[in-house]
Ligand binder design. Structure first.
Ligand SMILES: *[C@@H]1O[C@H](CO)[C@@H](O)[C@H](O)[C@H]1NC(C)=O
Ligand SMILES: *[C@@H]1O[C@H](CO)[C@@H](O)[C@H](O)[C@H]1NC(C)=O
Ligand SMILES: *[C@@H]1O[C@H](CO)[C@@H](O)[C@H](O)[C@H]1NC(C)=O
Ligand SMILES: *[C@@H]1O[C@H](CO)[C@@H](O)[C@H](O)[C@H]1NC(C)=O
Length: 413
């Protein structure tokens, strides 16, 4: 199951099925999912710190993969528990319809169950591989057996014999039953003892068996002014064009590492017709809240906007006068400008208190990534970008796509 030959086998099944009228899920089937800011039960939500811990973990994982460090430094594993925004959805595992509430993570790619609720073995559960896996997430732990089982996102979207971790010992995942990783499958490299290949994600498997027309998913968010959000839509296998107000602009995935191990692209940033960041590699990440740019680019942005760093929140704050003069931040991707309007550059005022800020202050969502331009990961377009633009994560064509939505120019913050 863990080998490339299994993928080929599934592909053969798909090709065989293509000759027959194969049952197919509607390409644009949207799964709604619940997302919330990951406060981890702390009083004040230290947003910038949570984001930065995740960024560091992603950079370290990328460098470990790049250097061929097969046994990855486990503390550097990235997962949804160190994401500042977390998403949960319900999946079914096994033959008895047993449901599990799982974290959905685009920054890691393993799937497992058995934390808040034990993983129930059924007739489709096969745990005879004799292989164990241990993933130390820093803020949590997963230790379990590598099994195969039937995993379904919906009745039409089931994968048989999918690799699933059977949790024997888990810590730090008390509020969910497991984790569903939908990052690039290269992130599974080195996560299982003795395995030198990749474990396909459920999206990869659904595409390989022909259930969905393409190995891709798309995400739509609306801006939020509350800590718990029920406004996301995850579309498996296609694009929900009803959510797009423009054509989708596609760009190839970047080849620059470590950005290339995630959903990475090349982009340039301009403010007031002056380059903030020349075209460089970065990533799109649903689990990062703010929008991060390399330290020297951040200094330019800060200077151009006249904002000051607020030590309490770790965010830039801007006076009402300067906010009046704030211009759009141009994010140029594939020759197209995905502008963040002044309002889109502001943290939702209704959530100021949640991040330790004062109610009447204006905070900006552009922040410092902590390394200089040229690190191979010079920007992160996080949730605050994705709530303004529809995003497409296309593994088949090795590209990402973006489109404007009704939220692109909305004045909400
Ligand atoms: C269970 O998985 C092992 C490989 O881990 C495989 O050899 C065996 O055939 C599988 N058993 C069934 C009943 O599918
Ligand atoms: C799962 O794999 C086993 C062999 O490991 C095979 O016998 C069985 O048919 C597979 N099940 C499905 C539904 O593909
Ligand atoms: C921006 O930088 C220039 C010099 O590089 C300085 O003169 C100016 O005061 C700065 N502006 C702000 C708002 O910090
Ligand atoms: C834009 O840049 C020009 C020239 O560098 C400057 O005169 C102007 O004040 C800037 N506008 C804003 C709104 O910052």
């Amino acid at each position: 199951m863990l080998s490339r030959s299994t993928s080929l086998c599934l592909l053969t099944v798909a090709l065989g099925a293509a000759a027959l009228p194969a049952p197919r899920a509607t390409p644009n089937l949207g799964l709604s999912f619940t997302s919330k800011f990951n406060t981890k039960g702390t009083q004040k939500f230290d947003l910038a710190r949570a984001d930065r811990a995740r960024i560091e973990a992603m950079a370290h994982t990328g460098h470990a993969i790049k250097s061929g460090n097969h046994k990855r430094a486990s503390a550097y594993s990235v997962d949804a528990t160190n994401a500042a925004v977390v998403y949960t959805t319900t999946i079914t595992i096994g033959s008895e319809g047993e449901q599990y509430s799982v974290l959905v993570d685009t920054g890691s790619s393993n799937t497992w169950a058995g934390s808040a609720k034990p993983y129930t073995r059924t007739s489709t559960t096969n745990c005879s591989s004799g292989i164990f896996t241990e993933v130390d997430y820093g803020s949590g732990l997963f230790f379990g057996e590598v099994c195969t089982d039937t995993v379904a996102l919906s009745p039409q979207m089931a994968v048989h014999n999918m690799s699933v971790g059977y949790g024997l010992v888990t810590e730090g995942f008390d509020e969910v039953d497991g984790l569903l990783g939908i990052g690039p499958k290269i992130l599974t490299w080195g996560t299982v003892d003795g395995m030198t290949d990749y474990i396909p994600t459920i999206i990869d498997e659904l595409a390989a068996q022909g259930t969905i027309p393409s190995d891709m998913f798309s995400i739509y968010f609306q801006p939020t002014t509350t800590m718990s959000l029920k406004n996301g839509e995850l579309t498996i296998g296609g694009v929900d064009s009803a959510k797009c107000e423009s054509a989708v602009t596609y760009v190839p995935l970047t080849t620059t590492t470590p950005a290339a191990y995630y959903w990475g692209i090349d982009a340039a940033l301009t403010y007031n017709n002056s380059a903030v960041l020349e075209k460089t590699a970065g990533i799109v990440d649903t689990g990062t809240t703010l929008t991060y740019i390399a330290s020297n680019a951040f200094a330019k942005y800060q200077n151009a906007t006249g904002a000051t760093l607020d030590s309490t929140t770790g965010l830039l704050s801007i006076t009402p006068d300067r906010y009046e003069n704030l211009l759009g931040l141009d994010i140029v991707i594939g020759g197209q400008n995905f502008k963040l309007t002044p309002n889109a550059q502001v943290w939702p005022r209704a959530l100021n208190a949640e991040i330790g800020g004062s109610d009447d202050s204006l905070y900006l969502i552009v922040n410092d990534i902590g390394t200089l331009v040229g690190s191979g990961l010079d920007f992160i377009l996080g949730y605050t970008f994705l709530e303004r633009y529809y995003s497409v994560f296309d593994e088949t064509n090795q590209r990402m796509g973006f489109a404007s939505t009704t939220q692109t120019n909305a004045v909400v913050n």
